[in-house]
Design a binder for this molecule. Sequence first.
Ligand SMILES: [Zn+2]
Length: 474
Amino acid sequence: MNLTPKSKNVSKWYNEVILKAELADYSPVKGCMVIRPDGYSIWENVQRIFDAEIKKAGVRNAYFPIFIPMSFLEKEKEHAKGFSPELAVVTKGGGEDLAEPLAVRPTSETIMYHQFSKWIQSYRDLPMKINQWNNVVRWEKRTYLFMRTTEFLWQEAHTAHATHKEAVEEAERALKSYIDLYKNHFAIYGIAGIKSKSEKFAGAEKTYTYEVLLPGGKALQAGTTHDLGQNFSKPFEVNFTDKNGKLDYVWQTSWGLSTRSIGGLILTHGDDNGLVIPPDLAYLQIVIVPVLSKSKEDTELISKSWEIKANLEKIYRVGLDERQEHTYGWKLNELELKGIPVRIELGKKEIEEQSATVYRRDLGTKEKVKFNNLEKYIEILLKDIQDGLFEKSREFTKANTHRVGAYDQFKEIMRTSRGFIEAFWCESEDCEMKIKEETKATTRCLPLDAKTEKGKCIYCGKESSRRWVFAQAY
Ligand SMILES: [Zn+2]
C-alpha cells in the first residue's frame, strides 16, 4: 500500500496512515476534517470509558448552545484576550444583521456560567458538576489531522463548589482520571504537572496538565484541568448563600479532553507497517481470517470461524473477514495497516491440528493455539499487548528526557533530537519568553513530584529551586 515508513518521516507517515487506514479525511472547508467510522469508533470507545468515570464522580451530562453572545466572552478579561485571535463570529442570521454578534463556542465557560448564576442560589445547590460532549471551534490556518483542526470534538466539564479547597480537590481528581485514562486505555505514558503562568488556561488560577512526549520529540498537552478560583463566578455573578446565611461567590473548575488524543494515540503506537491500536480502544480487537480457496473445504472453515467468533464475541469486539473478492494476502495487509491488535488465521492445516494461528500486531509474532485453549490465551494476550504498549511508551519517554544544566546543551537538543528537557528555571516570564524565541521550547509543566533543590536558572543563572519540564509543543 506504499506507506512512507514512520522511521523515515514521521509527519509524512502520520498523514498517510490516517488517510489510508480510513480514520479521517480532509474536508472542503480549510482547517476542518472529516472523522470516518474507523476513526470515530476510537472516539466512541474513549467516550464510553470516560463517560462512566465522569458519572462515578457525580458529574452529569447536559447540552448548551453552540452560539455565545460576544458580550459574554468579554466579561472575563483574560479569557477574552486568550481566545479572541481564534474566534469564529456569526454576524448574520436569517438574512439579517444580528443586533449582537455571536461567537461560535471556542469553549463554554461563559455560556454555562450564565446559566449557573440562575440555577445556584444556596449551598444546597452545590456542588454542581456538568459535562458536555460537544464540538468547539478555534480558527486554524493549517490543518494537521486530529492534532490541529478548526473544529474538534471534546468533553468539557464545569463544576461549582462552596469552597476553594473542594474545587482544588475536584481539579486534582479530574487530572487523576485523565492520567488513568491515558495509562490504562491509551497505553500512553506522560508527566503530570502544573502549567506556568503564561501557559495556563486563559482565566484560570492554576492549570494542571498531563504532558505526553510523541515520536519526533514534541510534546502533546494530553488533558488539562483548571482551578478557576472565583475568576468567572465574580463577573458572571454565580453566588450562593452559605450555611451561615452569608453571600459568597462559588469556586469553579473546568476540564477537557479532545480528539487530539487520537492523534497522540496514532503517533505513539504506530509503526512502519501502519497503525497499532491498543486493544482497549480498538474498534475490533480480534479479526478472524479463514484461508479460503473457493473449494468445498471453505464451508467447514467458515463454519469453524463463525463458531470461534461467537465464543469470543461474548467478551470481545470480534470481526470475521470472509470476503471472497479480496485475496488472503490483501486482507492481512489491510488488518496490519489498520492496527487490529490480534488476528486469528484459520486454514486447512489448522482444522486438522485443531488449532488456530494467532498473530499479535504490536510485535508481529505468531503462535499456534489449540481451539480449546483459545479463549484463555486471548484473554492473557490482549492484556499483554495493552501492558506492553504502555511499557514501550514509558521507555521512549524516559530515553528522550534529558536533565540539562547548560543552556548550550539545551539549544543543541532542541535543534536536533528534541524531547523533554528538565532544567532549573527562575520562573520569570522574561526567561521563559527568551527560551521560547531562541529554541521554540516552552515550559510544559512543573511535575507534581518535583523536589525543591538548589540550582541555577538555565537561562539567566539566577538561584532557582525547581526543575521544570521544557519541550517544543504540537
Ligand atoms: Zn531566569
